[in-house]
Design a protein around this ligand. Sequence first.
Ligand code: ATP
Length: 350
Amino acid sequence: MRAGGAGGVERCRMMNAVKMMTRGRVWPNVCHYAFPGCYRNTLDRCCVAVQTKGEGRLHSGCSATRFGVSFFRRVRDLASPLGRKTTALQNQGEQLRLSQLVSSQMQTLLFSNNGSTDSGASESDLETHTEAVMMAALEKKLGSTFSKRSTLPSPKPLLIVISGPSGVGKDAVINRLQEIQRDMHFVVTATTRPRREGEVDGKDYIFMNKEKFEELIERDELLEHALVYGDYKGIPKQQVRKALSKGTDVVLRLDVQGAATIRELVPESLSIFLVAENERALVRRLLGRKTEPLDRALVRVETARQETKRIAEFDYVVENPSGKLEETVGKICSIIEAEKLRMQQKAIRI
Ligand SMILES: Nc1ncnc2c1ncn2[C@@H]1O[C@H](COP(=O)(O)OP(=O)(O)OP(=O)(O)O)[C@@H](O)[C@H]1O
């Protein structure tokens, strides 16, 4: 008896599943008995012909003949629903269900030999095969294949400004961030201030004299520049453009006035204001650095008071408590991660 109207493709897929279960070793006669009439031709086409005479052993302790008879008995019962007359849709559904049942029965058969799998197939292999059959059936029903492309929209590169009063730890935070976020571009600021001990030209800052710096201003090669405590500091435009065009996030280290300038020039930028746990801690850090004589340190502290009043202009404020640099950097990483998940992301134009 023929099952009415069901697609040959499903039958073929189901048999492919059976073939996968048995690693291509399907016996024509067994299949004929297992799927009487309606499957004979399909099976004959898609089977890999293997002798039924019991030569060779599929599994240790399980001859081909014994395996075939056992398979036949179990699968014949499963195939019987297709013997009655049904609609095409019912048949497809039943065939899908049948292919799952056959797969699970095949697994039972293949693994029933004291749990050993001398065929080399693992249980997870078989699960994958079963899933593949179901996925293929669903794709066919939907009329399209399941996409492997990421569902997340691709994030736009960020322009991140890290700011805060002198001595709060901007350099310390950025240096650590640089160690853990290697895929970001950390802009090297051009400056006319003297090099501090341990600082490397081109890595920590681009050190230059006043004349050279003023040339850069004239040629409009700086995104932003300012006179900070008597020294020039500026952001080379080309560095930022190049990194953003490659899709790389860019980190800028700026004093509070510089951050305000960038916010005006690039409103889509992300600004983070660093604070110490309190003013006393900030002053201790400034003095501990031993880079300034007392009169210059005083100017920095007074400026810090004024700058801290502008905290509300920033997108985020992050505390950098003494001895907890790692936590501070962790918070900044979380902000960056969250910004990357924003639905409305604007492209940075400079
Ligand atoms: N979380 C922290 N705990 C303890 N010390 C810190 C911490 N963060 C920074 N420092 C120390 O504080 C001092 C000032 O830090 P840093 O030079 O990074 O500040 P800055 O904001 O870059 O200052 P400036 O704007 O004047 O260059 C340094 O000696 C640094 O090692």
